[in-house]
Write a protein that binds this ligand. Structure first.
Ligand code: PSU
Ligand code: MN
Length: 342
């Protein structure tokens, strides 16, 4: 690989032509740093709705080979509901926006190897700029929305949000997901954060970052922000949104007003798949304390592994169901938002 620093910037009428007017990367002089899949390129050209998908969930959230089949199912679900999936990640030192099945397979199968890292905002440039050994990476919500927003993707569907870790007021372990949501005007569909995080401080931090926080539900009822595996968390949602149509309207207003910050739409796990809070809480408690010596970005994956062990895989099935449901709601929101932009 030739070091890119020595390259001359190339004129790039190609991206100018393809990407929407609000994409910062439309102006890039280094288009070789990232690539759009043919499907995503066509979706941009034809102004079809697009849903961005993260990949840290495959590299650091799900065991093999479920991670690969889940990646395929996520893409199918988005397509089934009328949108084009753009799975985002890093392969061999290049950012991919949209992946072929072979590329998804490579990323899923290199999970756990030294080649494949968890990519948040600060990790992106290193993995693309480093010469020598070609690196792969699964992008977290922060990494994914940074990249999605840079090319003009408006909706990202995902599983679990990062947050302020317990004891974060001392360790300062606060997920970049929260600051990135404060920086990118993007709509994110997620099923909440796990209660191994400090929910109250996470909510305060999101408020400080100016992030709109809502939960899908009946506006006449008191609705909790969801607790990921459970529908309840014990924390009231600041806002309740009826469904994808209202979500699209609210996010569209956010764009028209140039808010610059993101919108969170929590989508509770479907009732039939939930693991009730009373059952989950002690497991989360013990998983957290067992992983308390693991710090920084390795903490979340360690806790997730411990939860899988202690629920004997039941958490994997719940996780799969909720994330697929988010892909569906994400696609529906993207379709409706696209109509507002038409
Ligand atoms: N929570 C989950 N599953 C996940 C993650 C969080 O239930 O896969 C991943 C997501 O990619 C999220 C990231 O963006 O972990 C947050 O990690 P950190 O705390 O290191 O920012
Ligand atoms: Mn963290």
């Amino acid at each position: 690989r030739s070091p890119r620093a020595k390259r001359e910037p190339s004129e790039n009428p190609y991206l100018w032509d393809v990407l929407p007017a609000n994409s910062p990367w439309r102006f890039t002089k280094f288009p070789e740093l990232f690539t759009l899949s043919k499907d995503v390129e066509n979706a941009f050209r034809e102004r079809k709705p697009i849903v961005g998908l993260e990949t840290a969930i495959y590299t650091h959230g799900f065991p093999k080979p479920d991670n690969y089949t889940l990646a395929l199912e996520m893409e199918h679900t988005v397509r089934d509901h009328g949108a084009v999936p753009a799975t985002i990640g890093i392969l061999n030192g290049k950012i991919h926006i949209g992946m072929t099945n072979d590329q998804l397979e490579e990323l899923a199968y290199t999970a756990g190897s030294e080649k494949t890292s968890k990519i948040s905002r600060r990790d992106i440039a290193y993995h693309v700029g480093k010469s020598g050994f070609p690196l792969n990476g699964g992008t977290t919500i922060a990494g994914t929305i940074k990249i999605a927003h840079s090319v003009g993707i408006k909706v990202v569907a995902t599983g679990g949000l990062g947050g302020v870790h317990k004891g974060g007021e001392n360790s300062m372990d606060i997920s970049t997901d929260l600051t990135e949501l404060g920086r990118c005007c993007i709509a994110v569909i997620t099923s909440g954060m796990k209660s191994f995080l400090d929910t109250a401080r996470t909510m305060e931090f999101l408020e400080t970052q100016g992030v709109f926080v809502s939960t899908f539900g009946n506006p006449n009822e008191k609705v909790d922000i969801p607790g990921f595996f459970s529908r309840e968390s014990g924390y009231k949602s600041p806002y309740v949104v009826e469904g994808p149509e209202e979500a699209a309207n609210i996010f569209f207003a956010s764009q028209l007003l140039n808010m610059g910050s993101g919108s969170l739409f929590f989508n509770p796990i479907p009732e039939e798949y939930e693991i009730p809070k009373a059952e989950m809480d002690p497991i989360l408690e013990s998983a957290t304390s067992k992983s308390s010596n693991i710090t920084g970005k390795d903490n979340t994956p360690a806790v997730l592994n411990e939860i899988v062990k202690q629920t004997e895989g039941r958490s994997i099935r719940a996780n799969r169901r909720l994330v697929l449901n988010n892909a569906k709601i994400g696609a529906q929101t993207a379709v409706l938002l696209n109509q507002l932009h038409a």
